[in-house]
Design a protein around this ligand. Structure first.
Ligand SMILES: [Zn+2]
Length: 389
């Protein structure tokens, strides 16, 4: 391609100026420094001139992009100008083997995936295999078909969940507001609740209480509250069935659940062990750590709510690579809500009021996952009644 520099003029210069303008690097066009005598260019002659302002804009651009700063628009600078103007959502991104998508929209996508704990490879703005794999992983995490393409549905999920994980700018905030209609954010969503054990498997026992029964009761209390918020809830089992972990995960995947909450209680030989803990998917692979960022966020919210609404000892959150958390394709947590072998925990769990408080804590955590930061409710203060107004 031809090379352009200060003093040049013509349609190619106009194109370069237009690109700079779209990037916000050229202010309002200044009046022509001299009268243009070409009759074809009477409308806006400065647009066609590679003037001092254009030269400064190009040098600034080259500096920022790590290009040679010479004010000359050759193939490299021209390509960079072209890549820079793409914004996420401008085009359907996917892995094209022979001619990969390159641009700032790809770099933004890579950065967002990285922020949420996925591994798209280097943030180089090139949509390669690693980016495709990370995008598929993200899609599986949010219960979308993992096709590895950034279309409207995936983009929406990306925008929605990004802010629950990381901060954003005011304009993104407004976008978020449009996407998430405040308290309506939960309506229409699908949640799968997984009361542990069941059937012939009682789970933990102690002080006259049986884990399988209590977590089923707890699931029913959560289900009722979610129903009031317009959420469709499915349970992985009834009173007399006990699917294995793979079956429970498969069920949640088939139901296209957006959230998966497994409910358990603990038992140990020592009566002194007590308290709750929340687990999310995370594993140490030979070359890297993987963790479900959204799962971690949900675990954190639920665990905080439990700590604030009950006087259980706060055992906090922990990454685990358990089958149940690994095979579920949506953000999944497992809540261990106390020890039946602890006299204190068992006495609490025996009362319906306490199980109500636990149920409210789980619902508040799920609700808060979908609330943008500025609409978020401080821990412990979310009330169902407040949502009906
Ligand atoms: Zn259990």
């Amino acid at each position: 391609m031809q090379v352009f520099r200060r003093g040049d003029r013509g349609p190619a210069v106009a194109e370069i100026r237009a690109k700079l303008e779209r990037l916000g690097r050229l202010g309002p066009v200044s009046p022509a420094p001299f009268a243009d005598t070409d009759p074809h260019n009477q409308t806006n002659p400065t647009d066609l001139l590679f003037d001092d302002v254009t030269d400064r804009a190009i040098r600034g651009f080259q500096q920022e992009r790590g290009l040679r700063v010479d004010g000359v628009v050759g193939p490299e600078t021209y390509r960079a100008l072209d890549e820079a103007h793409w914004r996420v959502g401008d085009r359907l991104l996917s892995y094209a083997v022979s001619r990969p998508f390159i641009g700032d929209d790809v770099a933004t996508l890579q950065q967002r995936l990285l922020d949420m704990g996925f591994d798209p490879g280097r943030c180089d703005g090139i949509f390669g295999q690693a980016t495709e794999a990370a995008l598929k992983e993200f899609q599986r995490n949010v219960g979308l078909r993992p096709d590895g393409a950034l279309g409207p549905g995936t983009l929406r999920a990306l925008e929605q969940l990004r802010r629950t994980v990381k901060g954003g700018s005011p304009s993104e905030r407004r976008e978020e507001e449009r996407l998430q209609r405040g308290v309506g954010a939960l309506a229409g969503r699908v949640v799968v609740l997984d009361p542990g054990h069941g059937g012939d498997d009682p789970g933990a026992t102690g002080h006259g209480l049986v884990e399988a029964d209590i977590v089923l009761d707890l699931a029913a209390r959560i289900e009722g509250r979610l129903g009031a918020l317009g959420v469709t809830t499915y349970l992985t089992r009834s009173a007399d069935t006990a699917p294995d972990d793979q079956g429970r995960a498969r069920f949640a995947n088939e139901m296209a659940a957006e959230i998966f909450v497994s409910l358990h209680l603990d038992e140990v030989s020592s009566p002194h062990a007590s308290g709750s803990a929340c687990f999310f998917y995370g594993a140490s692979l030979p070359d890297r750590e993987v963790r479900s960022a959204v799962g971690e966020r949900l675990a954190d919210l639920v665990s905080r709510e439990v700590a604030s609404r009950t006087d259980l000892v706060d055992g906090r959150t922990h990454p685990k690579s358990w089958e149940l958390l690994r095979l579920t394709r949506m953000p999944a947590i497992r809540l261990e809500a106390g020890y039946l072998t602890s006299p204190g925990d068992a006495a609490r769990l025996a009362t319906p009021e306490f199980r109500d408080a636990l149920a409210e804590a789980v619902v508040a955590g799920i609700q808060r996952l979908y609330l943008p930061d500025h609409l978020d409710i401080p821990t412990g203060q979310f009330r169902l009644a407040a949502l009906s107004t």
